[in-house]
Design a protein around this ligand. Structure first.
Ligand code: NAD
Length: 280
């Protein structure tokens, strides 16, 4: 039977350690603070933002929210980012996505000072990750690697297959795995013979966003399965990408959804805010 990777437990442990770090910073007169920009109304984003504020509260990070009207102009958004870039009391800036279509999210990410870019989406940080320099690694990829490390799962030399090539999950995760000396294959919607590739994976990571896109026949015996997907079923349940129940007796480790990667993503945001406050 597979070991079920308990993201909730690992995230809890990490948050306790981060709380200590916040206390140490405060003793030095540094009060870590996050600015969150949210534009318009989006149910899922509202939940994410609420969770982020709770996590900040829990570890003692200060938090300032900027709720902007859906109709704002790009100029207003860029001006706000500029203002936050200049404020010494703000260490991290987070732009909650999605943002309305008339706004250019890339331009906004590019505007966030790379030293306050706790999401790791600014091209300077993306480039640093590519060349293996210390940087802000996007929260989900960072959370996945921390989970593997907490369970002492070897990455070096292993055949890692990442399904999904988004800028926020698939691409940075593949790069980070490569930096950790895995042999990495990236698959996506145009990949031919997906099953042939996934069935050779020692570590298989799915970041697709479709329920049961990973089935038993696609997976190698004793593989490690990391499910990044978050999908809502018609009856309102949250499930991942992986046919979880049918994989349990075939694989060595597996993450549940919920209770897996999602919890780590939240903890890694806190990690990155502290990193920004430390000025590292
Ligand atoms: P995205 O839609 O930007 O990317 C999905 C990727 O899957 C694309 O690269 C696409 O090519 C690929 N894909 C689509 N159908 C495929 C198929 N049939 N076979 C192979 N590849 C296919 O999504 P994203 O933002 O990267 O998020 C992916 C999933 O991860 C979503 O369910 C999202 O909700 C979830 N997510 C979870 C967390 C977390 O903390 N757990 C964080 C971010 C995203």
């Amino acid at each position: 039977m597979a070991v079920i990777i308990d993201g909730r437990e690992v995230a809890k442990k990490i948050k306790e350690e981060l709380k200590e770090k916040v206390n140490e910073l405060k003793e030095k007169g540094i009060y870590p603070k996050l600015a969150v920009i949210m534009i318009g109304k989006d149910k899922a984003s509202e939940i994410y933002v609420r969770n982020k504020s709770r996590d900040c509260d829990y570890v003692g990070i200060e938090y300032e929210e900027f709720f902007l009207e859906e109709s704002i102009t790009m100029e207003t958004l860029l001006n706000l980012i500029d203002e936050l870039n200049k404020r010494d009391d703000i260490h991290g800036i987070l732009l909650q996505s999605p943002i309305p279509e008339h706004l250019d999210i890339r331009k906004a990410f590019n505007k966030i000072d790379y030293r306050k870019d706790v999401d790791g989406f600014n091209p300077i940080n993306v480039g640093k990750l590519l060349i293996g320099e210390d940087t802000f690694i996007p929260c989900t990829p960072l959370g996945v690697i921390k989970l593997l490390e907490q369970y002492n799962i070897q990455i070096e030399g292993k055949n890692a297959v990442v399904i999904g090539r988004s800028n926020i999950v698939g691409k940075p995760l593949s790069q980070y795995l490569l930096n950790k000396d895995a042999t990495v294959t990236v698959c996506h919607s145009k990949t031919e013979n997906l099953k042939e590739i996934t069935s050779k994976a020692d570590i298989l990571i799915s970041a697709v966003g479709k329920p049961k896109v990973i089935t038993r026949d696609m997976v190698k015996e004793n593989a490690v399965i990391i499910d990044v997907g978050i999908n809502r079923t018609p009856d309102g349940k949250i499930v991942g990408d992986v046919d979880y129940d049918n994989l349990l007796d075939k694989v060595s480790y597996i993450t549940p959804v919920p209770g897996g990667v999602g919890q780590m993503t939240r903890a890694m945001l806190i990690n990155n805010i502290i990193k920004a406050a430390e000025g590292k």
